[in-house]
Write a protein of this length. Structure first.
Length: 114
C-alpha cells in the first residue's frame, strides 16, 4: 500500500527528487570540466586528481541521495508533524541553494575560460 498526501513534506520530497535529476547533468559537466583542466595543464598533481575524485563522489552522492531521500520524504512525509515538515522544507531549500551556488560558480569559471 502506498500512502502519499500533498503537504509540505511531500512537496519538498518531490522538489528534492527533481533537483537530483537536474543536478546530475550539471555534476557530470563539472567532472568533465575538471578532467579537461587536468589534461590541459599537463600537470596531474595529486591535488587535481583528488579534486576530480571529490567531484565524482559529490555528483554520485547528490544524484543518489537526492533521489532516495526525496522519495522517502515524499512517501513518508505525511507522518511528520508540521514543525518537522517545515524543518525538512528549510533543510532541503538550503541544500538546493548550496549546490546551486557550486554549479553557478563552476559555470562562471567555464564561461571565463571560453
Amino acid at each position: 500500500m502506498v500512502n502519499a498526501s500533498i503537504n509540505w513534506a511531500s512537496i519538498t520530497g518531490l522538489l528534492l527528487f527533481l533537483w537530483g535529476l537536474l543536478a546530475t547533468p550539471a555534476g557530470i559537466s563539472q567532472v568533465i570540466f575538471y578532467s579537461e583542466s587536468i589534461n590541459s595543464q599537463k600537470d596531474s598533481s595529486e591535488v587535481f586528481i583528488l579534486k576530480l575524485v571529490y567531484r565524482v563522489l559529490l555528483t554520485l552522492g547528490r544524484f543518489l541521495g537526492s533521489l532516495f531521500v526525496g522519495g522517502i520524504i515524499f512517501f513518508q512525509g505525511w507522518r511528520l508533524d508540521p514543525i518537522l515538515q517545515i524543518g525538512i522544507f528549510l533543510m532541503v531549500f538550503m541544500y538546493i541553494m548550496e549546490s546551486a551556488n557550486s554549479v553557478l560558480n563552476d559555470y562562471m569559471k567555464w564561461k571565463r575560460k571560453n
